[in-house]
Design a binder for this molecule. Structure first.
Ligand SMILES: C[S@@+](CC[C@H](N)C(=O)[O-])C[C@H]1O[C@@H](n2cnc3c(N)ncnc32)[C@H](O)[C@@H]1O
Length: 245
């Protein structure tokens, strides 16, 4: 079992509350605990603050995203999961992404082992995304404060992922950067953008072109009566996929 170090990020998982933090002297509404005592001990310990019990575990992606700083609109795990399932991306993949934004997609791809080369043209969002990568210890996310329209430096890329305004203007550059069999993925909020991207895709040697939308409807079960929740997140974005051949 992996041991906690003084640089570890830990999740205190309680019944109603959770905290992501470093091993520090910690206080919350339930009481306090000097987490520095846990350094050198394996993850998985149970501690008490007042009457409340917590288990000390390694944070997963969803815990990190809750604590990450947000700038522009982010790609949610329900959409990054579709990107993973369609492309099969995983350990060792070289991914180019624009823009980095808040770095939510970068972290989702990095945690499964991709190396993410992310372009972000706005300084304030470059700082948010690179700050999040640093805070959660992702050494396989490399954010560059640059406009992707000025060129993609990486070659033989396994996936180019675009979540930015006017992505159709980057399709040709993405095509040239991709390795044979590599994927172009575009996340667009509006269908007009999807159409523009399709027109560009048609000009290049792409195959396996598809558009997907991921709609999640959560259910509730109260007092033995079960039904879909009244409100849902109706739309995030369309995902366009195309594979270089
Ligand atoms: C919606 S956000 C991306 C969010 C990101 N996918 C996430 O999950 O956190 C779009 C970002 O693209 C950036 N952007 C727009 N055009 C760009 C370009 N040509 N090159 C690099 N970044 C660009 C914007 O500054 C903005 O931060």
């Amino acid at each position: 079992m992996e041991k906690i170090t003084q640089d570890s990020l830990i999740l205190l998982l309680g019944r109603t509350k959770k905290y992501v933090l470093k091993p520090v002297n910690f206080s919350c509404e339930f009481g306090s605990y000097d987490l520095r005592k846990l350094v050198g001990k394996p993850f998985g310990r149970r501690i008490k603050m007042g009457k409340e019990g917590f288990v000390v575990v390694k944070p997963k992606l969803q815990d990190m995203l809750k604590k990450a700083k947000r700038g522009p609109q982010v790609i949610l795990p329900k959409d990054s999961a579709v990107i993973m399932s369609v492309t099969g991306c995983g350990p060792g993949w070289k991914v180019v992404e624009a823009g980095a934004g808040s770095g939510f997609l970068s972290m989702a791809l990095a945690i499964i082992g991709c190396t993410v080369h992310s372009y972000e043209r706005r300084k304030e969002f470059f700082e948010i995304s690179s700050g999040n990568a640093k805070k959660f210890g992702f050494t396989n996310i490399k954010v560059r404060n640059a406009d992707i329209k000025d060129g993609i430096k990486e070659k033989n890329v396994d996936m180019v992922m675009l979540d930015m305004q006017n992505p159709h203007e980057v399709v040709e550059k993405a095509f040239n950067a991709l390795t044979a069999g590599g994927w172009l993925v575009v996340y667009s909020m509006h269908i007009e953008e999807v159409r523009n991207v399709h027109e560009e895709i048609a000009k290049h040697a792409f195959t396996e072109v598809k558009i997907l939308e991921s709609i999640h409807r959560e259910w509730q079960s109260l007092g033995g009566m079960s039904r879909p929740k009244t409100f849902m997140l109706a739309h995030t974005g369309f995902l366009t996929f195309a594979r270089k051949f």
